[in-house]
Ligand binder design. Sequence first.
Ligand code: GTP
Ligand code: MG
Length: 357
Amino acid sequence: MFKFLKEKLSAFKKKLDRKAEEEVKAEVKEKDVKVEVKEDTSKGKPSVEVDKKEKPKKVGLVSKIKTLIVEREVLIDEKKVEEILEDLEIILLESDVAFEVVEEISAKLKERLVGRKKKIGEKLSDIVINELKLIIQEILDVNRFDFDEFVERRLKEKRPLNIIFVGVNGTGKTTTIAKIAKRLMDYGYSVVLAAGDTFRAGAIEQLEEHGQRLGVKVIKHKPGADPAAVIYDAIKHAESKGIDVVLADTAGRMHTKKNLIDQLSKIKRVTKPDLTIFVDESIAGNDAVERARMFNEAVGIDGSILTKIDADPKGGTAISISYVTGRPVLFLGTGQGYDDLVKFDSKWLIERIFGDI
Ligand SMILES: Nc1nc2c(ncn2[C@@H]2O[C@H](COP(=O)(O)OP(=O)(O)OP(=O)(O)O)[C@@H](O)[C@H]2O)c(=O)[nH]1
Ligand SMILES: [Mg+2]
């Protein structure tokens, strides 16, 4: 998980350390010379004599400089920050962090680093990485949403809840529905599944198989039927049986296909979902973020679930999607098993990215 991004950040940190070390060494050398010259002129003695005294004097100078290194503060100037950002922006862009998010991170880092005082003993790389962590966490926390709290609160007002899952083909919608069903049942809720993907061959059977494994009823119509009608029936079924939550599958569709997007709008109009969840795979990078933005504009989404985080070396999608869509990330899919679902938590993600850097 996030191997690429981690390696890049690690190398970036090492480079900062190397540079800092070189700078300190150069500065120490420079100091050495300056002090000698100063003493030379104050005493008004020829430089030859100073050279003779060089040995005993040097010991004193080294310890003096050592003290200076620990005690003196250095200002991080704009030039230094620009250098840092140049490297960092490339790393973030290469890791599929959306352009506008890179800009935001960059601006915030600049604001917090320029003019900041750092002790020479303190590592610049630690300061930069810590600020970067904080800024990414702030970005991740812009749109917070607690799924469990929502379900609990909403069920006090109405039953059943209707949650529909939308997105493009093959991103993990159906698997995610099964994971959420399992999770809700683990929390003590009852669930019914709606086979709203009436389009793709085998989609109904696929949902039924999950239903069988999990012991959950699946409401279905024939292939090609109106998905809005299937979901409507599932809601009626849940109402009559006192079931808590309807989880509705829908066919994968490209955000660019107007008639298919219109069909989703119809599903929403007819079945009035409590939550419309956009599912995409984190490995799709900027494409996933763009699709989320377009689904949100076209039909409206309440949040996203990113799947296949386990197979994503970069992590930029998870960092960007909520900021770009203005909608929270609810869960992350971390594998193919039913329990491979993590409730979104910025700290969890930060730990996975920065853990051993
Ligand atoms: N590694 C990994 N694989 C996943 C994850 N979620 C889903 N998958 C796999 O992704 C593939 C597609 O999953 P589906 O649930 O069928 O995707 P879908 O969006 O319903 O696909 P369509 O119905 O064709 O649009 C399956 O092989 C899943 O096992 C995940 O979090 N991690
Ligand atoms: Mg599916």
